[in-house]
Design a protein around this ligand. Structure first.
Ligand code: GTP
Ligand code: MG
Length: 302
């Protein structure tokens, strides 16, 4: 079999720096959900970038931060565990962040890592005076050796071709690990649950998005009607959160359902009926059995 540049690239960094937006920009598809609120991504999300001459398997991860509770520690461990499994690490930093303090924790976690790390300075569309990027870059370079530094805008796509070229140069030669037409290995049910969770993140505030998990309970294709019938449950921790999610006269839940259905139809490429239910599952974030049921998989030993 012909060997091509092929391998795994982890997208890591502090919360909210634009890791998932970058993944979607590279793949030109919405594979990973995004939100202006931090700690949106909760799993390792695989996105596969295929060209005739290479295959890059991107692994989007939860934001690395100094977590205080068990649930967030699990998320950080999921992100850190990817570092050991990949050929190249793309470390994403937000050029609009006031200081590098937020990144320091993630940089410390990578101190002993021998894998090449490419520094991605993201959100450059927000910086008018590009000469400001140089001192910023300096601050990172003082902290560790980077294989390359690439300024990008994950939002506009600026700099992304240059980033892909830098990453490709650092991949080992090997086979394609996934079929050439596959964009993700996420099951459709997971994509749907994530889209619903994204709408909850966008339409609720404070602790509510963080107390939310989504499961898909039924997924039935009705080809004769060109329809997929989906039933999903939004789990929250308290009755008060359930009330907020449902909203006055059911308005908020209806809006979440409408926005999610539109996205799901786009992703699945057919008409969708999406039934949403809200259920209180007390303290699910502290219950490892329930966490497993909700699809969270964390590395052994944590
Ligand atoms: N202006 C601008 N905004 C960006 C850019 N990249 C990401 N954003 C915004 O930054 C916010 C966070 O983006 P995400 O992609 O969700 O960030 P993340 O790093 O995946 O965040 P977590 O999953 O929570 O760790 C969203 O509101 C994005 O639209 C960029 O290049 N320019
Ligand atoms: Mg994310």
């Amino acid at each position: 079999m012909e060997e091509i540049p092929s391998g795994f690239i982890s997208l890591v960094g502090a919360p909210n720096v634009g890791k998932s937006t970058l993944m979607n920009q590279i793949l030109k598809e919405k594979i990973s959900i995004t939100c202006p609120k931090p700690q949106t991504t909760r799993n390792r999300i695989v996105g596969i970038y295929n060209t005739p001459r290479c295959q890059m398997v991107f692994v989007d991860t939860p934001g690395i931060h100094r977590a205080r509770d068990t649930f967030n520690k699990i998320l950080v461990d999921i992100a850190l565990a990817t570092l050991k499994d990949v050929d190249v690490v793309a470390f994403i930093a937000d050029v609009t962040a006031r200081s590098v303090d937020l990144d320091r924790f993630a940089l410390q976690a990578m101190e002993t890592l021998s894998t090449p790390v490419v520094l991605v300075l993201n959100k450059v569309d927000l910086v008018k005076d590009k000469t400001l990027l140089l001192p910023l870059m300096q601050r990172y370079v003082e902290q560790r050796d980077f294989a390359a530094v690439v300024p990008v805008s994950a939002l506009t796509g600026d700099g992304v071709p240059e980033l892909l070229a830098e990453l490709e140069r650092r991949l080992p030669k090997g086979p394609r690990y996934y079929p050439e037409d596959l964009v993700t290995d996420q099951p459709e049910r997971f994509l749907v649950a994530e889209i619903v969770r994204e709408k909850v993140f966008h339409l609720t505030e404070e602790e509510v998005p963080y107390a939310t998990a989504v499961t898909v309970d039924a997924f039935k294709e009705e080809p004769e009607k060109n329809l997929i019938r989906i039933e999903a449950t939004i789990h929250v921790e308290r009755d008060s959160q359930k009330g907020i999610l449902i909203g006055k006269g059911g308005g908020r839940l209806k809006e979440i359902g409408r926005l999610a259905r539109e996205d799901v139809e786009r992703v699945l490429g057919c008409r969708v009926y999406l039934g949403l239910h809200v259920r209180v599952q007390k303290n699910w974030r502290r219950d490892r059995r329930v966490l497993r049921e909700f699809g969270y998989r964390w590395p052994r030993g944590t």
